[in-house]
Design a protein around this ligand. Sequence first.
Ligand code: FAD
Length: 208
Amino acid sequence: MSAIDVDRLQRDLEAIVGPRRMSLRAIDLETYSRDMWPRLLLAYRDGKSPPFRPHAVVWPEHVREVVAIVKLARERKVPIVPYGGGSGVCGGAVPIHGGITIDTKRMQALRAVHAAELICDVEAGLSGERFERELDRRGYTFGHFPSSIYCSTVGGWLATRAAGQLSTKYGKVEDRVAGLTVVTGRGEIIETDGPNRALRGPNWTQLI
Ligand SMILES: Cc1cc2nc3c(=O)[nH]c(=O)nc-3n(C[C@H](O)[C@H](O)[C@H](O)COP(=O)(O)OP(=O)(O)OC[C@H]3O[C@@H](n4cnc5c(N)ncnc54)[C@H](O)[C@@H]3O)c2cc1C
């Protein structure tokens, strides 16, 4: 990774999401310097300055913006770190090489609930608690209740193959996924779902 031209990065990110949904402010870079990894929390408690910070934080609202950010990062050889609720306890969302932290929390729509199929279409940044409340209001449940449901996101659950209080009954989160819309590191979009996927080769939902 070559040195990052921060001014240029700022201009380019602003061109994608506008000035209000990206930040290079010190307070934001510090906020996104850690998740719930105890080692960094203890260092924070002891007043130590964070060892890792992103160069920029960005809050996309559409898949097309994520695609543009990923393509930009790839072109400039800038690392990216997806960030959901930041409740992970293993440092997965910590920007150990700096770069762009992509917070998904503005992608939070429950787009559709298909009653006949018992399938819903939900965006990655929706918080677990709001997701479950929205389903409950319609008479359904996702059946996934991690202790961190108030501070984690659907995308974070999937990335970590999370378990919850009723996983023995309903299965872990990956057992409840019909398909994914994935932005690859090249900025391509892959749709993994489809009833005939077994005929087409590997199970991309579980592979990813
Ligand atoms: C008090 C507490 C209780 C917890 N209880 C449980 C529990 O019961 N069960 C359990 O399994 N875990 C639990 N955890 C751990 C944590 O909540 C889970 O790992 C959760 O799934 C993380 O979700 P998140 O949205 O906070 O993800 P983050 O912490 O933001 O990210 C976790 C990882 O996923 C990646 N990621 C996030 N979103 C995306 C995305 N959209 N696309 C690609 N990658 C992404 C990040 O880069 C990072 O590597 C707990 C944590 C705490 C602090």
